[in-house]
Design a protein around this ligand. Sequence first.
Ligand code: RP5
Length: 295
Amino acid sequence: MSICIVCTALLCWIWIRHSVCLTQSSWYKPATYPVCHASHHNMGNQPKIHAKARSSPYPGSQVQRFTVPDSHVSWSLAWPEYEPVDYTAGSVQASPEWADPDFRNPMGRTGITSRGLLGKWGPNHAADPIVTRWKREAGEKVIHEQSGKPILQFVAIKRKDCGEWAIPGGMVDDGELVSVTLKREFGEEALDSLAASTSEKNRLKRLFQSIFSKENSKEVYAGYVDDPRNTDNAWVETVAINFHDETGDSVGQLDLHSGDDAGSVQWADIDQSLQLYATHNHFLKSVTELRDAHW
Ligand code: RP5
């Protein structure tokens, strides 16, 4: 009898340990991305599984997604009643289809099938340049009162499509190197390089060589983005790279001017109150950990 009680207690303990481990897995970590499946729980302050990719209306339209509750995101759960709305924006329909439509969003259901506003079936590859410097006053780093850590700033743009603040990222063009996309998007959105004169373009090219150098750069994220344009068959994946200017000398020469998809541009203090497009605040949190900065 007493052996039975001991065995039951042991089994309970193993079960509780196992459950805690599962719910503690953090899902924006790049390394866990391929094996990171939709959980059926939203414990504590963990982000919901691609909540933005389930939100309605779908960007740029009045389309309401089929409602997918947290408990039904995972494909592993059979859900015969699931009837996602079929939607591909007219502008996307007009462009060629790049791959076969037999793709399934790795994070689970979104309530919409087809491509929505995304050009490609499956992963749509983006790149996000996070250009940072220390916040300074009279030449000295500003230290946050509560955390006792220095405050980082990053170049933020306000997206024209939704009015949300974001990292000045963009889609990787076909055949383009990610390293080129990072510079091109930053130039177009934060420096209005498309409208720059030839001499200004040459000046930017030289400046970019120091700002976007290998020594100053560090990858902080690679993988799925909870982008509101995602569907069951098309989604955004990105590589986010932090380009940090320790002294502020090189980025100090940047004359910020919004252009292309950006309505405004500015240096913004980084902390946890930031409300940004998609999952950009998660990328910035990683940057603060990397640079031992205030969050
Ligand atoms: C986000 O959308 C990515 O993180 C990247 O910032 C952006 C790319 O899309 P566009 O800015 O080109 O629309 O998911």
